[in-house]
Design a protein around this ligand. Structure first.
Ligand code: EPZ
Length: 428
């Protein structure tokens, strides 16, 4: 049980500069994809977060050699892996462990991977992943919670996804990259981290075209060479600081970002009254008037990301008027609403829609993170609220946000991490 908490003394606008780390959802896929590489690779701009730690540990326990060059640079040599079996408990703690299905299958033509874990956002089936593996010639069975994939040979094929899936698209790319002949993935997802994975694989010698569009063509290759590759900046971490800046009516320069990846978030922030200025590798967000209601619906990229919905909904709790938020990508992405109500928010959830009636302010309370993005949304709520907020179960937040309290302290927040038995000592 996690005994660490974040204690936030809220009500202060965030001000200053914040540097965005490498993208979690790109890095987890790229770390898993090092299995496909025939030589050692060096990855830069890898965020130092819980999910990466687990992915690297999975590689290590399977026999890879790992060298931590500095906190954001890792050298990985997966040539020592001989048995494509992912350790059970590690796989069950993150969703991204599912990527080992595609990467191990792509290299060994077989894989034993426990059903993945990760944020509890409702049902998270893998039928589309299996559809892709089947299309390439692999047989699937599930035994004792372990996905077993076996193929005599992987042969390029046509894969049509019946529904949008980030993980399915990534797994299909990884399984096809060394398959014989041409694979065409239709109705593929277009998230920046999918493009980053394709760029990583192409830099090693893969032949992938169309990543970032809904048709991806992959011509199988035999050999992938070692490279040094730098992970893209995290779209969701950047969006989180943009929303935190606006929600606290602050003035923040968010640096080391790709503004194009942030367009849907920028557009929504402008809609609710924030000013967002875009520069080459930086966005400047500030608010000097009231926050206003809006309607919001999450969609696959380039739509508004589901991973930004809890943060944005939290901002809407103090926006004038009634906002309506629909997020049907997962069944259960509003679990933070109960916690926000403790802080005085007027938010009603029915199914996959939330109706949020703006209130003048939130007040501090003890709240509990239920998943990664819900957790960071509660931190934003604590920054917005008057009084003291205590966010528990912060291990969820550490899975995806590097140096959260240091970055927020750098923006003037009064936030401190405490262990249950420690006296609260305020900083900031
Ligand atoms: C990825 O999850 C991200 N995780 C999630 O980020 C993100 O919320 C999600 O994409 C949507 O953008 C990682 O990148 C590690 P999906 P993933 O496959 O791949 C259904 C975060 O906070 N579906 O696009 O699991 C599925 O149930 C995390 O960083 C099927 O029905 O998402 C869901 O309703 C949380 N069958 C929808 O599709 C399948 O075979 C989208 O899932 C696969 C998915």
């Amino acid at each position: 049980m996690d005994k660490e908490k974040l204690v936030i003394n809220g009500g202060k606008p965030l001000k200053g500069d914040v540097y965005i780390s490498g993208a979690k959802n790109a890095a987890v896929a790229i770390v898993a994809a090092t299995i496909l590489c025939d030589e050692p690779v060096t990855l830069e701009n890898v965020p130092e977060i819980g999910d990466i730690g687990i992915c690297v540990k999975i590689l290590y326990e399977m026999g890879a050699s790992i060298k931590i060059i500095d906190k954001n640079t890792i050298r990985i040599d997966t040539r020592g892996i001989s048995d494509p079996v992912v350790p059970y408990e590690l796989a069950r703690s993150i969703r991204a462990s599912s990527y080992f299905m595609g990467t191990l299958l792509g290299r060994f033509k077989k894989a034993d991977v426990p059903l993945p874990g990760g944020c509890d956002l409702g049902d998270r089936p893998i039928d589309q992943h299996i559809k892709a593996f089947n299309a390439l010639g692999a047989e699937y069975s599930l035994e004792g919670g372990i996905v077993r994939l076996r193929a005599k040979d992987l042969i390029g094929s046509q894969i049509f996804f019946d529904k949008h899936t980030v993980g399915g698209t990534i797994n299909a790319i990884c399984a096809a990259v060394k398959a014989k002949g041409l694979t065409v993935i239709e109705n593929a997802n277009k998230e920046p981290h999918i493009v980053d994975l394709a760029n990583f694989l192409n830099s090693m010698g893969a032949d992938i075209m169309g990543a970032g569009t809904d048709v991806i063509k992959i011509r199988g290759v035999d050999y992938l060479k070692g490279i040094t590759y730098s992970v893209i900046p995290d779209q969701i971490e950047a969006g989180t600081y943009m929303v935190a800046a606006a929600a606290t009516k602050g003035d923040v320069w968010i640096k080391n970002v790709i503004p194009k990846h942030l367009e849907s978030i920028t557009a929504k922030l402008r809609k609710v009254g924030a000013t967002v200025e875009e520069y080459d590798e930086c966005v400047h967000v500030y608010v000097d008037g009231p926050l206003l209601k809006t309607t919001l619906k999450t969609l696959p990229h380039p739509g508004f990301p589901t991973d930004m919905q809890p943060q944005f909904s939290t901002l809407l709790t103090i926006a004038e008027g009634t906002s309506v938020v629909t997020d049907d990508i997962f069944d259960n992405r509003f679990r933070y609403a109960n916690e926000l109500r403790r802080m005085g928010a007027d938010i009603t959830v029915e199914g996959t829609t939330a109706v949020i009636q703006g209130v003048p302010e939130l007040t501090g309370a003890a709240v509990r993170a239920t998943d990664l993005r819900a957790g960071i949304a509660l931190v934003i709520a604590g920054l917005m609220a008057s009084g003291t907020t205590v966010v528990e179960n912060i291990y969820h937040i550490e899975r995806g946000y590097e140096n959260i309290e240091d970055k927020l302290m750098g923006l003037g927040a009064d936030i401190v991490r405490v262990r249950e038995y420690e006296t609260v000592k305020r900083t900031g």
